[in-house]
Design a protein around this ligand. Structure first.
Ligand code: MN
Ligand code: MN
Length: 296
């Protein structure tokens, strides 16, 4: 199997691992986490959603919705993604963000595929599901930007969400193609140069669902740690929107460190059906990408 394909699978597995690991500490403060877990480093479920060990939440599920739609269509299909979101919402997911719910309802009732720009839409719900788009558009930066904004604006439409989606997509793609930590840091710095809100030096520990805090947390830990495990443990012990910071850190760190660095005990704990589907979908999405057409 090609190194890129293997890294793509590690990225999708990493997303799911970060979601499953972080859901335990979602909405907790670092002090509450220390009191309850010492350092939280095991996939044990629980949390405010009372999850089974290895169970994932909306971050992974909405990513799988996008993956299924693109694979079914064999190409870009925004309405297909919206339909997958509808089917997912109807199946009563364990968690769904308020902004995502609103966007999906607007599609159901009005056929609306782009939610109007809104000051309240600077949450991380568009970014958390960027991985399938990054895989599907691998090898074409313009296609990435177009598809990133289109998928995000089904539910989230804000300049900071838009910028974060494109930046995370670029970071994942460059990591898949073997970029160094230094090169990835440059991409993150370009986001900060365009939108100084995202500045992540002198990180203050805010890790909420605001997309700025989310990416600051992910960048702080990704660039200050040396392994997949250390990065993810740092992120989820910051609490706040820990499943989502975990998911985003997981996709990036998975792409960067590769399959061999994913902790085996975490992989064993991950829900088996999720583990099988993310592995399959990663391969299918890369197979549809411009990169695959060029390298075949
Ligand atoms: Mn979640
Ligand atoms: Mn979350």
């Amino acid at each position: 199997m090609s190194e890129v394909l293997s890294r793509a699978q590690a990225a999708f597995l990493g997303l799911a691992l970060g979601d499953a690991l972080g859901a335990t500490t979602e909405f907790m403060t670092p002090a509450e986490i220390r009191a309850a877990h010492g350092v939280h480093r095991k996939i044990v479920g629980g949390g405010w959603l009372h999850l089974k060990p290895g169970q994932v939440t909306d971050d992974t599920e909405m990513s799988l919705c996008i993956a299924r739609a693109l694979v079914a269509a064999g190409g870009w299909d925004l309405a297909g993604i919206a339909e997958q979101f509808v089917a997912w919402m109807r199946a009563k997911p364990i968690d769904i963000g308020a902004t995502c719910r609103r966007g999906i309802r607007d599609y159901m009732h009005k056929g609306q595929l782009e939610t109007p720009a809104n000051d309240w839409d600077a949450g991380n719900g568009g970014v958390m599901r960027m991985l399938p788009v990054a895989l599907f558009t691998l090898g074409d930066g313009e296609l990435l930007a177009r598809c990133a904004l289109a998928q995000a604006r089904l539910t989230h439409h804000h300049p900071l969400s838009d910028a974060a989606c494109v930046a995370v997509g670029r970071l994942v793609q460059q990591a898949l193609l073997g970029a160094s930590r230094h090169q990835l840091h440059q991409v993150a710095r370009e986001l900060v140069a365009a939108h100084p809100n995202f500045r992540f030096t002198d990180y203050r520990g805010q890790a909420g669902g605001y997309v700025v805090e989310t990416l600051q947390t992910v960048f702080h830990y990704f660039f200050s740690t040396a392994t997949f495990e250390e990065c993810l443990i740092g992120v989820v012990n910051q609490g706040g929107d820990a499943d989502t910071t975990g998911a985003i850190a997981g996709m990036l760190a998975g792409a960067f460190y590769g399959a061999g660095e994913l902790p085996a005990v975490w992989l064993r704990r991950l829900d088996g059906a999720v583990r099988a589907e993310v592995t399959l979908r990663a391969a299918q999405l890369v197979g549809l990408s411009p990169w695959a057409r060029r390298s075949s």
